[in-house]
Design a protein around this ligand. Structure first.
Ligand SMILES: [Zn+2]
Length: 398
């Protein structure tokens, strides 16, 4: 007996939300739960499944697995859903239904019990399905102990990325005997590459140095960034921890004498991006409207705006920021160590905290930049980097 609890249409509609870098968890949960009859009386436990594990596992592990599996089978039975094999949808819904009742660790243990039961019975485990894996990632992010599901991008990687982006702005010399049309097309292609490379470099470096949330990065206006003698002053109009909405200032200082700016200098990157932007629009840098977006979408053809909206003053979306970070990570050309899928907008902010902590910057100075109001949250980043500073195992003589 197979009961279609959630129609394929509903799942297809939900997948983009689940695959989103920053899914609207509430909306996903609500949609899923709407399909579950939570008032259904609990049916009798589907037992016997735990027996599959009897021979392979030690008694204690077996008991834990049995109780984990029993929890799942009781739930499926209550909803008249097959437990073995179970549909991925069933498992995802099971996770969703219990997300608030259990620490995520026990949920994960129950998932592994489900996987073992399926494999022992010669079935493909529903826990390998993309939907379930997405649900687990979302749960981890929502309830888990790891604050950042996204990997941190630090200076060493940004240096390589910025060098690669700079390479993309180098002009190609025209081939001898090239037609004017080909030369023109190449010149336009190059202009598009320059515009995009300048934007990406500025976005990455400003986002990193100012430890911005992606919504803050997207919300920045031209007038919010002001170059001063010491560096770049960044005004963040409204951030998560700023309840009164007064805004906050963050400074980006030159990490070097101001006249020796490198490819990774955020101030120089910002200057060169606004110059490229103004040139593209055909105005002077000073004439860029102060209330227009600092970072803007660029089409595949190198035009400002989006395919749907050719407004040169269009604003970038949070999802585009995630995409820009992922594409930047791909420039590292080392997908084993740096899989693009693990990086997104938050990687810049997480990277700042990680790098600053590794460099021994005191907690209060880091928190001033990240604008974390909770020491506990800020500490989580810092503790991970701190693990390697004066690490006691280095003194063990191993
Ligand atoms: Zn500089």
């Amino acid at each position: 007996m197979t009961v279609a609890l959630v129609s394929d249409d509903v799942l297809a509609g939900l997948l983009p939300a689940l695959l989103d870098d920053d899914p609207d968890e509430r909306a996903v949960t609500d949609t899923l739960l709407e399909r579950v009859d939570l008032t259904a009386e609990l049916g009798r436990l589907v037992d016997g499944l735990a027996e599959l594990l009897t021979h392979a596992r030690a008694a204690r592990t077996r008991r834990a697995y049995e109780s984990d599996l029993a929890h799942f089978t009781a739930w499926t039975s209550a909803h008249r859903l097959p437990a073995l094999p179970a549909d991925p949808q069933t498992v995802a819904l099971y996770l969703t239904a219990h997300q608030d009742q259990m620490r995520s660790a026990s949920l994960l243990r129950r998932l592994s019990a489900i996987a073992v039961a399926h494999r022992s019975a010669g079935h493909r485990s529903p826990t390998d399905h993309e939907l379930v894996r997405r649900a687990v990632t979302a749960l981890r992010r929502k309830h888990g102990t790891r604050p950042a599901a996204k990997a941190a991008l630090v200076t060493a990687q940004l240096t390589v990325i910025c060098t690669r982006l700079d390479e993309q702005t180098r002009p190609h010399s025209p081939e001898p005997g090239q037609s004017a049309r080909v030369a023109d097309r190449q010149a336009r292609k190059h202009a598009a590459a320059v515009l995009r490379a300048r934007r990406d470099r500025a976005l990455l470096l400003v986002g990193y140095a100012a430890a911005l949330r992606r919504s803050e990065l997207v919300g920045l206006n031209i007038g919010d960034l002001t170059e001063r003698a010491a560096g770049l002053s960044v005004f963040i109009a409204r951030s998560k921890t700023d309840q009164l909405g007064l805004g906050d200032f963050v400074g980006i200082a030159h990490g070097h004498p101001p006249d020796t700016c490198t490819a990774t200098c955020p101030i120089r990157a910002w200057r060169e991006w606004t110059e490229a932007l103004a040139r593209e629009i055909g105005i002077a840098v000073e004439d860029l409207p102060h209330d227009s977006p600092a970072f803007r979408p660029i089409t595949r053809h190198g035009r400002l705006g989006t395919p749907a909206d050719p407004d040169p003053h269009a604003r970038l979306t949070g999802q585009s920021v995630a995409l820009i970070v992922k594409q930047a990570v791909e420039l590292l050309e080392d997908p084993k160590r740096f899989p693009a899928v693990q990086y997104a907008g938050h990687s810049l902010r997480a990277g700042f905290a990680t790098q600053a902590a590794a460099a021994g910057v005191p907690l209060d100075r880091i928190m001033r930049q990240t604008r974390h109001s909770s020491i506990a949250v800020a500490l989580r980043y810092i503790r991970e980097a701190d693990v390697w500073r004066d690490n006691p195992t280095a003194s063990l003589g191993l």
